[in-house]
Design a protein around this ligand. Structure first.
Ligand code: HEC
Ligand code: HEC
Length: 208
């Protein structure tokens, strides 16, 4: 890591973020209390991060998966998530956006918008064929979140996540999380691209 990244890591330490999150890939003694952030620059949209750090929202309504109370509805990690003032949130966002895996190839996802027909077909994949909605919230016709809560909400995936990262998560989740609770689907590239494009259309109200 360059020296400046170490300086920023101490910023995260000073704010207590390192108590719950991993900012490097090194194994931690205990399971982390919050999601890994060492690939935050691949995963998140910058605006979402900057908003989240100032006005955190709940993404995992059942708690984080390493939480002992996960699925019992009694997550022990204190809510609400700590928040930062604007200036610190900006600094932290710049630091987080600099954290990237160096070995991710370019994804084949293009910015082409889905036609209405494609969107309907992929929605059926998401809701019925693969049953993603059993664990994840999507967005219903009224623009409201709808779906299961054992996985992170995807109701705002289009404002929150990058298309490239979603594609890589669907194809090679082990690059980010060695043991995930999400089923492995062995999707071909075309299906993974379609699902990614569909998730990127999911947006609710505010930017975050
Ligand atoms: C007490 C533990 C704790 C501390 C301290 C903490 N976090 Fe978190 N953080 C969490 C948990 C748990 C989540 C998941 C919340 C959710 O999904 O609703 C989270 C979510 C996040 C996310 C979104 C990650 C994702 O994949 O959805 C970011 C970014 C983040 N935290 C950054 C920070 C920063 C920066 C700090 C320091 C200012 C910090 N956190 C301090 C526990 C913590
Ligand atoms: C059995 C429940 C389950 C099913 C079914 C499921 N997932 Fe997941 N998914 C999860 C969990 C849990 C995570 C969080 C990773 C973890 O902690 O293991 C996750 C993570 C994700 C993420 C990353 C979200 C983030 O913010 O980190 C995306 C994107 C995703 N899933 C998409 C899908 C898609 C698309 C499908 C259907 C093809 C699907 N999931 C099916 C449980 C599920």
């Amino acid at each position: 890591m360059p020296a400046s990244a170490f300086a920023d890591l101490s910023l995260a330490e000073n704010h207590g973020c390192t108590q719950c999150h991993r900012f490097t890939q090194e194994a931690s003694e205990e399971p982390p209390k919050g999601p890994d952030l060492f690939y935050a620059g691949n995963k998140f949209q910058k605006n979402w991060l900057e908003n989240f750090l100032q006005n955190p929202v709940v993404v995992r309504k059942a708690g984080y998966t390493s939480d002992p109370g996960f699925l019992k509805g009694t997550p022990t990690v204190a809510q609400p998530h700590p928040s930062l003032p604007e200036k610190e949130a900006r600094e932290m966002t710049d630091f987080l956006m600099s954290l990237k895996l160096s070995d991710l190839p370019a994804s084949p996802v293009e910015g082409e918008p889905l036609t209405k027909g494609e969107k309907v077909r992929i929605k059926i994949l998401f809701e019925r064929n693969f049953g993603c909605i059993a664990c994840h919230e999507g967005v219903n016709l009224a623009g409201q979140p709808r779906g299961g809560i054992s996985g992170p909400s995807l109701a705002n995936a289009g404002n929150r996540l990058t298309a490239d990262w979603v594609f890589h998560w669907l194809k090679t989740p082990e690059k980010f999380l060695p043991k995930s609770r999400m089923p492995l689907y062995d999707l071909d590239d075309e299906t993974a691209v379609k699902l990614t494009q569909y998730l990127m259309t999911l947006k609710i109200g505010r930017q975050n």
